[in-house]
Design a protein around this ligand. Structure first.
Ligand SMILES: *Cc1c(COP(=O)(O)O)cnc(C)c1O
Length: 420
């Protein structure tokens, strides 16, 4: 095999050095951003393969260009594995990432101005769920449901049903970027059926945990459309996937290509196929269980040390600390303080946040990446102790320096897959 890295080192040292810098950065600290993960070395091999040279507009057996004997093999394998894992009737694995995947569903089944009932963005909805700054928010009429502070911050289904009965949306949307609980798909489906709405679950964050059998599956609840990214808990290459009922298959495929995209990234599709192959193994099911165990352990330990968590805990891979009420600092300061001790997190708006998005009240943490490195309950308890210690003493440079040493010391014992 040619040594690709050695060639890069010689021909473009600026880019090569930046790559080495990023590898060192990923190794020395711990990644607690819940949407990130460390992908498999086999996926890195696919991404850096000659599949990136190939134009494969169309679908297996019906392509616009010749030379598709091997691209057809990988895309067919990826689709079949996706269908089997999610018990779905149809799968499209071509979306370039999560955002175009959601756009493709909307554009296939909604007309401009149609009403979509989705979660309020400060309560956990994603930008593509109609944020005013997104094009989707301008094209469609997004209306909102929320969580209920009187019910531990769970989804307020009574209010959701009332809004649905009044507004008669064309589509009911669930699935979130910042909601630390499992979803009651049956309840959504019941309300959507009552008003004749389509059902869509965007499980981008938890798609891997569903594939690994650790969380409920919206396909089992009869949802019309299920979308997920492939790079978050699923641990694959960046990408998106649409699962749907057979009766919608043609329209979804047409909407992805030629409706929205051109040629699929076949190196990425190969990586998705490999990722879904891994997700069928018992090891991956154990991984998903450990992601949840680690999240619960981290959340419990943080709360024991005095941190206040949105919804009072977690049932998935993520948690959101109200850092204003817990430590008297905003999310930006909390994120920067943890960066200084090599713990990577992200600031996060909380339900009806009085503070602006760049200085929000929350901090979001998640365990998929740490679990990929092999960390378990013991490491989660140590992390919780360090996080609380530095957030309580963010002005104390001696404490910051000593904690950074301890964090980096622990991280060196847990190698990052794909980096020697
Ligand atoms: C991450 C995410 C997306 C978008 O994915 P990108 O690949 O960043 O475009 C869509 N929906 C939800 C709920 C997400 O969490």
């Amino acid at each position: 095999m040619p040594n690709h890295r050695e060639l890069l080192k010689q021909s473009d040292p600026d880019i090569y050095d930046a790559m080495l810098g990023e590898e060192a950065r990923q190794k020395k600290g711990i990644e607690l951003i819940p949407s990130e993960n460390y992908t498999y070395p086999e996926v890195l091999a696919c991404l850096g393969s000659v599949f990136t040279n190939k134009y494969s507009e169309g679908y297996p057996g019906r392509r616009y260009y010749g030379g598709q004997e091997f691209t057809d093999i990988i895309e067919t394998i990826a689709r079949d594995r996706a269908k089997a894992l999610f018990r779905a009737e149809h799968a499209n694995v071509q979306p370039l990432s999560g955002s175009p995947m959601n756009q493709a569903v909307y554009m296939a089944f909604l007309a401009p101005g149609d009403t979509v009932l989705g979660m309020d963005l400060s309560h956990g909805g994603h930008l593509t769920h109609g944020a005013p700054v997104s094009h989707m928010g301008k094209i469609y009429n997004f209306i909102r449901y929320k969580t209920n502070p009187q019910d531990e911050g769970r989804i307020d289904f009574d209010a959701l049903r009332k809004t649905a009965l009044e507004a008669k949306p064309k589509m009911v949307l669930c699935g979130y970027s910042s909601y630390p609980r499992d979803y009651d798909y049956a309840r959504f489906k019941e309300i959507a059926d009552e008003v004749g709405a389509l059902t869509m679950a965007d499980v981008s964050h938890i798609g891997g945990l569903i594939a690994g059998g650790a969380m409920r599956n919206p396909c089992d609840a009869g949802f019309d459309f299920v979308t997920t990214t492939t790079h978050k808990s699923m641990r694959g290459p960046r990408g998106g996937m649409i699962l749907c009922r057979k009766k919608f298959a043609k329209d979804i495929d047409k909407s992805v290509f030629p409706g929205l995209q051109g040629g699929p990234h076949m190196n990425q599709v190969a990586g998705v196929a490999v990722t879904l192959g891994k997700a069928r193994q018992p090891d991956y099911r154990h991984y998903c269980q450990q992601v949840l165990t680690n999240a619960k352990t981290l959340a419990d330990a943080l709360m024991k040390e005095g941190a206040e968590l949105i919804t009072g805990g977690t049932e998935n891979h993520m948690m959101v600390i109200d850092v204003v009420s817990s430590f008297g600092i905003n999310g930006r300061v909390a994120e920067e303080t943890l960066d200084a001790v090599s713990i990577t997190t992200n600031k996060q708006i909380i339900p009806d946040d009085p503070n602006p998005p760049l200085r929000p009240s929350g901090l979001r943490l998640g365990t998929p990446a740490a679990t990929t490195r092999g960390m378990k309950e013991n490491e989660m308890r140590r992390l919780a102790g360090w996080i609380v210690k530095v957030l309580k003493n963010q002005d104390d440079q001696a404490i910051i320096d000593s904690v950074r040493g301890e964090v980096e010391g622990m991280c060196t014992q847990f190698p990052v897959p794909g980096i020697d």
